[in-house]
Ligand binder design. Structure first.
Ligand SMILES: Nc1ncnc2c1ncn2[C@@H]1O[C@H](COP(=O)(O)OP(=O)(O)OP(=O)(O)O)[C@@H](O)[C@H]1O
Length: 913
């Protein structure tokens, strides 16, 4: 079934210029969308969209070109989107070229009301076909403003589907207190005007943030003799919202340090000021508005993408938003960021690029207006780098302030950044637009060779390959010489200038009679929000400009809206019908694209606020719509944080089959082996020493199996914790208690299983009281050992911890009373036995087996010296031992170690900052 496409917009489009007649119609037959455009022209042409700009005009004949454009009819995820965008850009280029061709011809013979005919098809199998022909134009040309507006919509409608990442808007439709806002679908009124836009519409709104820093100096101590080392030397700058900023510099220049300071991760030993939106930074408040995505992007391995996102949503969105709403947010982000298809993939199975995107998605949940990225492209191939930086740029266009440190980007990647902050030797050697870098360097005598990547060149300059350049550049920055390159419109004016040069008729590639109607007034502004194809759009605009002579000296205006989600290319096509010379009398219209394929928003100036769904939502946000933190400063209460983290830890332990199953298996198998070795010794008076050995080994085994894995707990999860904690997901307390509690049940079960197996096989007294006392004391010993492992892990790195754990345990074993009787230990060392938790464990276990007036043991030998259990305890210097004292001592040690571990972790966190 055929019907008019999209928003029932343009079906007939003409300009009011008699020389430049355009007529377009579109039909959508389900399997293909057909755009027919007509312009003044004479000859039929065939188009090859892939190299349209370079191709000479070819009058006569028919040519058909196919461009893969499957993404136009399906939003096929992150990777596909870029291919799709490229294809669409090619398509648009071809389309522009066709118009050029037409207009060129039409102007050559503008007396004749002929139209060039262009037909394009986007087929379901993903190909665009373009046909061009000509026929006589029918009817009068009037109401061109409306038609131009529709033309804009038509163009946008074609471009829309490829731009799903361009609208990672910073909040969408206002939703008070996180009540799930209805997802407003794009729909256009019959005249093509926007009613709404689909974006990340369910995110909470946040205010836009500009970061300004002045005279930041940072030093670290290198020991008493060497004193302080200054890493940053009075650096100043400004990072604006809506911009993608790169911090570059040679290795060791201080990039990470600067970013850590700006992100609030480093707070000590620094001077200078950081201003947020012109006011002194309140660190606590700022940290709630920002997130820091680190280079290593360590994720919790055993969770799926969706689970990780839901945990993030539960922690960051608070209880004001219900679960269903959170699911919508998560779904929307995953879809937008291209991870929808990987929702059920475990994070450990994601590719490098997907991991980076998940790291971003996790932070996007509460829509932070400031995002810091430490070398986000490291370890990624060039294509993935490009996709990632494009994604970041899209995020920036949503009004966010995106700051990345980056190493030697390719030229293609480099030009995607808006703003560059260049550091060398801890000083700023350039701050300004990326486009301004080469002119700035040139102005100081450092001319970037042709075909040389400016990013490479500036790094060479910063590394001193061209002499003593750093100080010269630093001095130039300090004297304000690069200020003119800092303005957000820098470079765009240059484009405009170039465009105007072209317009001025230096080029005569098409039509020399172009300026004949240089008195346009009615302006149709097509605003193409096609950020990722900006260059191509520039080319397209230039191409169109090259035909501008025929369009009566149009004005090419490229804008980059600071607050817009879009790089905007305004093609102002003056209308020749109006001769008052006012070329700007027409309403500017802008199309912004949503994250959903096939939807377009076309707005006029009057509707601009509504139109910029993403941008206004960001700008108009107030604290009332920001997730209000509770008194703890976190979006959720401490108890909720603890509960969510406990569940997360529990799930990850359960899913860590290797470790969990191995732990269980080892307890059962070793228990069985010990049981077989000491089989039936428990009630035999002649084997009491062997039985004591069995009890001692049981204590040691439960101790080591508990301690060694937990030494790794904090070192392995520290980076996740640091990222999540410093990004204000949860408190240290919640994390610590959840983490330490989650493993308790496992440890209790595993130890109990081992002890019971050994107890049974070794024929210890089958009395419930003794069994429970024995199991209890062994479990307590294992928990103390676990706490010691946590403490060592909290304070040490893995290597040190793995060494220190067993080493610190050896003395406690020596003083346990098994190898040396307490009475034998010299008096001045006896106190050590009181701090040896192994002593309490072993003594408690011995008492539970041989204490409490146990009856005489069986003797199957001629003579058994220790038939009386009491006598044996006397021999072991344990006759006066009290089981409950041992148990309380172990409990006390357990609590003390846990508290100390918490403070050690806190201290370590403090050191990081
Ligand atoms: N705690 C510290 N003690 C001593 N020197 C330090 C310390 N932290 C950073 N530095 C030094 O400060 C300088 C800047 O470090 P920073 O990590 O910021 O550099 P960078 O520009 O990010 O380098 P790269 O690109 O190689 O990561 C380096 O010379 C580094 O050795």
């Amino acid at each position: 079934m055929s019907h008019t496409s999209g928003c029932s917009i343009l079906d007939n489009l003409t300009t009011s210029q008699p020389q430049l007649l355009t007529r377009c119609s579109s039909t959508d037959s389900g399997s293909q969308l057909v755009l027919n455009c007509h312009r003044n022209g004479t000859a039929a042409k065939d188009i090859n969209p892939t190299n349209a700009a370079q191709r000479p005009l070819n009058a006569g004949g028919t040519r058909q070109a196919a461009v893969d454009a499957d993404g136009g009819i399906r939003n096929s995820g992150f990777v596909d989107n870029f291919a799709v965008q490229r294809r669409h850009s090619e398509y648009v280029e071809a389309y522009a070229d066709m118009l050029n061709d037409c207009s060129g011809k039409s102007n050559a013979r503008h007396a004749r009301p002929l139209s060039c005919f262009v037909q394009t098809k986007l087929t379901k199998n993903g190909y665009v076909s373009a046909l061009q022909g000509e026929h006589e134009v029918q009817g009068p040309w009037q109401n061109s403003g409306q038609l131009r507006q529709e033309f804009a919509a038509k163009m946008a409608a074609w471009l829309k589907p490829l731009n799903s990442q361009n609208n990672l808007c910073n909040g969408g439709i206002p939703s008070q207190n996180h009540i799930l806002a209805p997802k407003i679908q794009n729909s256009c009124s019959p005249n093509g005007h926007k009613k709404g836009t689909v974006t990340l519409s369910h995110l909470p709104q946040r205010p836009p943030v500009d970061i300004e820093f002045a005279d930041i100096s940072y030093s670290v101590s290198e020991g008493r003799r060497r004193g302080l080392k200054t890493i940053l030397k009075s650096v100043s700058g400004k990072f604006r919202n809506g911009e993608l900023t790169a911090i570059m510099g040679p290795s060791g220049a201080g990039k990470s340090t600067l970013m850590n300071i700006l992100a609030g991760y480093k707070t000590s030993q620094l001077s200078g000021s950081v201003m947020i939106n012109g006011k002194e930074r309140n660190l606590r408040r700022f940290r709630k508005l920002s997130c820091y995505i680190m280079q290593d992007d360590i994720l919790i391995a055993n969770l799926t993408v969706h689970e990780a996102m839901m945990i993030s949503a539960n922690l960051k969105l608070g209880k004001d938003m219900n679960l269903a709403a959170k699911r919508v947010v998560v779904h929307e982000i995953l879809e937008t960021i291209g991870l929808k298809d990987s929702s059920n993939t475990k994070t450990c199975n994601l590719s490098g690029g997907q991991r980076k995107r998940l790291s971003i998605a996790l932070e996007l949940v509460n829509n932070p207006p400031v995002m810091f990225f430490d070398e986000p492209t490291s370890g990624l191939d060039s294509s993935t780098c490009f996709q990632l930086i494009s994604l970041l740029k899209s995020l920036a266009r949503g009004g966010r302030t995106i700051v990345c440190t980056i190493h030697q980007p390719s030229a293609r990647l480099f030009e995607k950044f808006d703003h560059l902050y260049m550091l060398a030797e801890g000083q700023c050697m350039y701050e300004g637009r990326v486009r301004g870098l080469v002119p700035f360097l040139s102005s100081l005598g450092y001319n970037c060779p042709s075909y040389h990547n400016p990013a490479d060149y500036v790094l060479e300059v910063a590394s001193g390959e061209y002499g003593e350049s750093v100080q010269k550049l630093v001095a130039a920055v300090k004297s304000g010489e690069c200020k003119k390159f800092s303005h957000k419109d820098y470079g765009l004016t240059a484009v405009r200038g170039i465009a105007n040069d072209i317009v001025k008729g230096d080029n005569d590639c098409n039509n020399s009679n172009s300026t004949s109607t240089n008195n346009a007034t009615l302006t149709a502004t097509t605003t193409l929000t096609l950020e990722d194809e900006k260059c191509k759009m520039d080319e397209m605009s230039s191409t169109l400009m090259s035909h501008s002579n025929a369009l009566n000296n149009p004005i090419l205006e490229t804008q980059q809206s600071q607050l817009s989600d879009c790089t905007v290319i305004n093609l102002n096509i003056p209308n020749s019908n109006n001769d008052n010379g006012n070329s700007n009398s027409g309403l500017p219209y802008s199309c912004s694209f949503s994250s959903k394929g096939g939807q377009v928003a076309l707005t006029g100036a009057a509707e601009k606020a509504a139109a910029a769904g993403c941008t206004t939502s960001l700008l108009d946000s107030h604290e009332s719509v920001v997730t209000l933190p509770n008194s703890s400063g976190f979006p959720t209460s401490g108890w909720t944080q603890f509960w969510i983290l406990l569940k997360r830890s529990f799930v990850t332990i359960m899913r860590d089959r290797m470790l969990t199953h191995m732990r269980l298996a080892s307890h059962v198998i070793v228990g069985a082996i010990i049981g077989m070795i000491y089989y039936d010794v428990g009630n035999e008076a002649s084997k009491v020493m062997s039985n004591a050995g069995c009890i001692f080994f049981t204590t040691l085994f439960t101790m080591f199996t508990a301690m060694m894995p937990t030494i790794l707990t904090f070192p392995t999860e520290m980076s996740v914790f640091v990222r999540e904690h410093l990004n204000y997901w949860y408190s240290l307390k919640a994390f610590y208690f959840a983490k330490t509690m989650a493993d308790l049940p496992f440890q209790i079960v595993f130890s109990s299983v081992y002890v019971i197996v050994v107890y049974y096989l070794t024929s210890q007294p089958m009395e419930w009281m003794r069994i429970s006392m024995f199991v209890f004391i062994c479990v307590l010993t294992s928990l103390v050992a676990q706490s010691l492992g946590l403490l060592i892990g909290a304070g040490m790195n893995i290597e040190a911890g793995v060494f220190l754990g067993p080493v610190t345990t050896i003395p406690t074993i020596l003083f346990s009373g098994f190898f040396v009787n307490f009475d034998t230990i010299p008096g001045y060392l006896q106190w050590v036995t009181y701090v040896s938790y192994v002593r309490y464990g072993f003594e408690g276990a011995m008492v539970s087996i041989y204490g409490m007036d146990r009856a005489k043991l069986e003797c199957h030998e001629m003579y058994c010296h220790f038939r009386s259990p009491k006598k044996f305890l006397e021999e072991m210097s344990m006759d006066n031992a009290e089981y409950w004292i041992d148990a309380v001592a172990l409990l006390g040690t357990f609590v003390a170690l846990r508290i100390i571990a918490y403070f050690v972790l806190r201290w370590k966190l403090h050191l990081i900052r």
